[in-house]
Design a binder for this molecule. Structure first.
Ligand code: SF4
Ligand code: SF4
Length: 368
């Protein structure tokens, strides 16, 4: 199959679907089971559900959502800490919209805002710098959440604050890196996978080469794809081809936007401002070197150094987001799904986030 990127053509999608089903049939004949593939990007999870591909393929290819949504993988303690951070006086907290409704142990950021705390939803980290400039008498704190796609933009905001010599600006870094979490998943052996659908946007920053560890260290394949149905199908097809040929490889099926070396300017920014840090993940505990925080020389912009926050052990709920993120269960296995937990009244982040597995399942695949 030719690379099908940039195309969103229903006839071609149908043809591609048939080709994937045929190849999956060959896999089943050869191995006596359906192939199991994991996507590690929340937008892929949404795209699979929204396009109907996950449903159409369910008897042929098992698609599992992994830890790809930055909101979902943020652990409960960090959420409680951010909510407590907002309680401090003379502060403006800036965050992306999805974080607002994620429940903490007691309340959400939305509840704090309703209670009068100054919490603002921003669309770009640079908006938070502007807010700091316009409010010199307030402390402005950006909640720095995201994977490698967002982290370079966070550093741009810090560079801008540095350039403007802002004294009232800082970032509460809770960033996550894709490679360490993929390694942790594979090392745990909890979930048996045949291959990965690799994240298109993260790969733009890191480059195809950053995923070569999959073959070198784990003998498992991955294909970098885009987000249109034909691109997703093309990625699955290429993975199935590798599996049938008993070959391991990392393929770039999104070459118009993903380069082997990635975005060197973005990588330089990360190296200049940030250092590796052991991050806590929802449902996965602390993963060594799985996040980035500000280097010592930028401590004045590090909210974790500037503000004291102390939270206890989070309240336990029946929410099973931790297992959803690890690809161990599907949303309907959670007793709260579509009962206590819906997008209107979410109990866990996987139902809040626009890239969350439970939200995708609720919107497009409920009861299937
Ligand atoms: S930020 Fe981009 S790469 Fe990361 S999960 Fe979202 S869509 Fe995927
Ligand atoms: S359905 Fe709700 S409570 Fe259950 S795992 Fe998903 S987000 Fe958590």
């Amino acid at each position: 199959m030719e690379s099908l990127e940039t195309l969103s053509d229903p006839a071609l999608a149908r043809q591609s679907l048939e080709a994937v089903v045929e190849l999956a049939g060959e896999f089943k004949k050869k191995f006596g089971r359906v192939p199991v593939l994991m996507e590690v990007c929340g937008s892929h999870t949404m795209a699979f559900a929204k396009s109907g591909l996950k449903t159409r393929l369910k008897d042929h290819v098992r698609l599992i959502a992994g830890p790809g949504c930055p909101v979902c993988v943020t652990d409960q303690k960090s959420i409680d800490a951010m909510i407590q951070l907002a309680e401090g006086s003379n502060r403006i907290l800036c965050t992306f919209g999805d974080m607002m409704r994620v429940p903490g142990s007691k309340v959400s950021l939305m509840n704090s805002k309703t209670d009068g705390k100054d919490i603002r939803v921003i669309y770009s980290p640079l908006d938070s710098v502007k807010i700091a400039e316009e409010n010199p008498d307030k402390e402005v704190i950006l909640l720095g959440i995201g994977f490698e796609t967002t982290i370079p933009i966070l550093t741009l905001a810090i560079r801008e604050a540095e350039r403007k010599e802002l004294k009232n600006y800082s970032v509460w870094m809770t960033t996550k890196l894709v490679e360490p979490v993929m390694r942790a998943l594979l090392d745990s052996g909890e979930v048996k996978l045949d291959g990965f659908i690799l994240p298109g946007h993260v790969s733009v920053v890191l480059g195809k080469k950053s995923f070569d560890f999959l073959v070198e260290d784990y003998q498992i394949s991955g294909v970098i794809t885009g987000f249109e149905p034909v691109q997703l199908l093309s990625g699955i097809y290429k993975l199935l081809e590798l599996l049938l040929e008993n070959k391991f490889d990392v393929l770039n099926d999104y070459p118009s936007v993903v380069k082997d070396e990635g975005n060197l300017t973005a990588q330089k920014l990360l190296k200049q401002y940030l250092r590796l840090h052991d991050e806590d993940w929802r449902g996965m505990g602390t993963i060594p070197g799985s996040g980035l925080v500000l280097k010592e020389e930028y401590a004045q912009f590090d909210a974790k150094k500037r503000y004291e926050v102390s939270v206890g052990e989070p309240r336990k709920t029946k929410c099973r987001c931790g297992e959803i993120i690890r690809g161990l269960i599907n949303p309907e296995s959670c007793v709260l799904f579509n009962k206590g937990c819906t997008p209107a009244h979410p109990i866990g982040p996987c139902m809040v986030s626009t890239e969350g597995t439970c939200a995708a399942h609720y919107q497009y695949m409920r009861g299937e």
